[in-house]
Design a protein around this ligand. Structure first.
Ligand code: FE2
Ligand code: FE2
Length: 252
């Protein structure tokens, strides 16, 4: 269910914002930047997955790749539609998004190509999982149009992380499947620090503002803590080890 009143922060209890025209300046500026980064991750992952459309090892993997591509494209489209509501400036941002290439994306995780199939699996298991925590953080947020876009996106991301986690588990346990435990662990070690960086700096002012404006429910470090617990469960279930969360990090 999607509520009509703001659930937390300085506008708690007030009716949610429904259009860019209603937004205080500070809020509009923050929201536009946040939507831009979100859309950038969606389109970037289309670029990363695309080469695997016809390279995935099994028939089922290939079909799932096609679904993931369509899902990420639609997420990007949905977020861009929210940006377009901001008028000429929003439309300009969309144009910019359409012209971003590998290497220009805002977050490091999205500037790394999938060199191997285990990259695809570790990315969906670990990086898409960060996406889920972001989306959950926006769920019921104070901007109504964004709040309403979340449930479908969340359902699809659940499928993506399930696919990644299952694939890693199969690499470890199924001798008839692609790869082995060592390759799976190597890919986990590679993507895990980049995934943790995605939550942003601990004690960040932006994250404080996001909570105060009712846009995000959790601060960066709170979301990262929850994520770590979730990843630990997933990796143990797959027969893999959780790397040291502080190793090879760029954003702490
Ligand atoms: Fe997505
Ligand atoms: Fe995804």
């Amino acid at each position: 269910m999607i509520t009509r009143e703001v659930q937390w922060g300085q506008y708690e209890g007030v009716r949610k914002f429904e259009s860019p025209q209603e937004l205080p300046e500070e809020y509009a500026k923050f929201l536009k930047r946040l939507l831009f980064v979100q859309a950038d991750t969606e389109f970037a992952s289309v670029q990363q997955h695309r080469p695997w459309l016809d390279k995935s090892p099994t028939l089922e993997d290939r079909w799932t790749e096609a679904r993931i591509l369509a899902d990420e494209m639609r997420h990007g489209y949905q977020i861009c539609k929210l940006l377009e509501d901001f008028g000429p400036e929003g439309k300009e941002m969309v144009q910019k998004l359409l012209n971003m290439h590998m290497g220009e994306h805002k977050l490091d995780s999205f500037n790394m190509e999938f060199e191997t199939w285990e990259d695809v699996l570790a990315f969906t298991a670990l990086v898409d999982r960060v996406g889920i925590f972001q989306l959950r953080s926006f769920q019921e947020c104070s901007y109504g149009p964004l709040a309403r876009a979340i449930p479908l996106m969340l359902a699809e991301e659940q499928l993506h992380i399930g696919f990644g986690a299952n694939g890693l588990k199969r690499m470890v346990n199924d001798p008839n499947y692609y790869g082995d435990r060592e390759l799976a662990q190597k890919a986990v070690n590679k993507w895990f620090p980049r995934a943790l960086d995605m939550f942003g700096h601990s004690g960040s002012e932006g994250s404080e503002l996001a909570v105060r404006l009712g846009i995000k429910r959790w601060r960066n470090e709170e979301a990262r803590e929850e994520y770590l617990k979730d990843v630990k469960r997933m990796l143990e279930g797959a027969g893999l080890e959780m790397p040291d969360p502080l190793k090879d990090r760029r954003i702490l």
